[in-house]
Design a binder for this molecule. Sequence first.
Ligand SMILES: Cc1cc2nc3c(=O)[nH]c(=O)nc-3n(C[C@H](O)[C@H](O)[C@H](O)COP(=O)(O)OP(=O)(O)OC[C@H]3O[C@@H](n4cnc5c(N)ncnc54)[C@H](O)[C@@H]3O)c2cc1C
Length: 434
Amino acid sequence: MESREWGVGNGGKKSFSPFPTPHSLLSTPVSVMNYDVIIIGAGPAGSTASTLLARAGLRALLLEKSRFPREKLCGEFITPECLNVFDRLGAHERMFDAGAKTINQWMLFAPNGRGVRVPMEWIADGHSHAIGISRARMDLILLDCAREAGVDVRESFHVSPRLRRENGVGIIEGRTDGAVIERFSAPIVIDASGRNGVFSNPINRAGGAAQQPSQFKGSRLFGCKVHLRAIEGMRGLGELFFFRDGYGGMSDVENGRTNLCFITTEATLREAKGDREKLLDLTMRSNPAARRRLRNAVIDGEWLGTGPVTYGRRRPIPGVISIGDAGAFIDPFTGSGILLALSSGELVANVICRSFVEGVSDVDAIAKRYDQLHRARFGWRFLACALLRAVAFNSTARNAMVSALTRYQPLMKLIALSTRQRITPYSASLPQSR
Ligand SMILES: Cc1cc2nc3c(=O)[nH]c(=O)nc-3n(C[C@H](O)[C@H](O)[C@H](O)COP(=O)(O)OP(=O)(O)OC[C@H]3O[C@@H](n4cnc5c(N)ncnc54)[C@H](O)[C@@H]3O)c2cc1C
């Protein structure tokens, strides 16, 4: 393979780069392809970051191990705040063209089936509704935005967890199914590869290594998802049901389907012994309100499972900026994961461009700036969600809270608002030429 200097990705635009020609820095084989920035993972974080960086004139490579469209385990409840980012990316209309459903109301149900409505305006940030759309569709639309912005996209490319740095340039490698190893280099490497980030490890609250599985004794959490048909009365609703040791959500997505997604413990999964009907009885159908909804439900799609799910910040290896879930994973029941992924994509693009303009091109210095801003902007949200999770998984505290919430609307508003804050849009731009 020949050594190439890439500019094609920018659709012929004159590109700005604060770096000397990258391959002149390398003492690696000529087969390495050079970019200004490499992004690993084409979820909402990676696609957003790469779109904005390419629009700013950087030569961006986006590496994704799957081939899109691909299903993804997720509640597929896209909060109103996300629509602002879709507007900025030019993706909003496309979501509706692809059949996204409008969700105007959000309901929470205690394990005894008692429900409480959360007005969507409380979490609106401009748009008065949330949307439901499958991750297969949504992620494909965001990836298309990246392609159109001039990002070089490689699907079915699995990045290996090995990073070499030479003279300030990161060299990563991976392979397409069954194919030979390929290498790519860039001064900036962004890990957007999700919860099990290829270059990022979970850290516990004390800042040390993550706990060992033996410490959990069946309490580890796992997620399941399936698409259903023939759910009655869902129109315009997003619903969250709590049960003995977990919670699950339902909301409509495109093509007349409803997404069902829940989180439960390893102990419950063991008890179900692989029998999905029994698993539904032990989890969602143990909540009377969910049982009513699921009465005539027909499964329409594959069951997906994931876990164990660990929350909180991840520690990237030196030379890498971790964004989205790879940087920090927030409890899904407040529906903030996709918003944080999109926002972290915008934030990292802004920080990189601003750093370049200020003459800072060291990736670790940029990672530090990004991390500080991310903590300042989203730290409170992580804390609030961690506290709510502690309550949600303690039956006494949870029942007391749900009963208080059904009586005191101001308390519920306070709690809903504690998991949100206004998101300032971040722009990403560079001088037009060097
Ligand atoms: C049970 C559950 C329910 C949820 N429900 C909701 C919800 O309703 N609403 C909400 O807002 N959030 C929800 N979330 C959270 C949301 O799914 C995530 O926060 C969001 O997907 C994060 O986006 P991301 O781009 O950081 O990572 P991801 O979406 O995980 O994307 C990472 C990408 O990296 C790719 N990748 C991984 N490894 C490699 C590799 N080695 N090489 C190349 N590519 C790689 C993956 O294939 C993937 O496409 C839920 C999460 C869970 C677990």
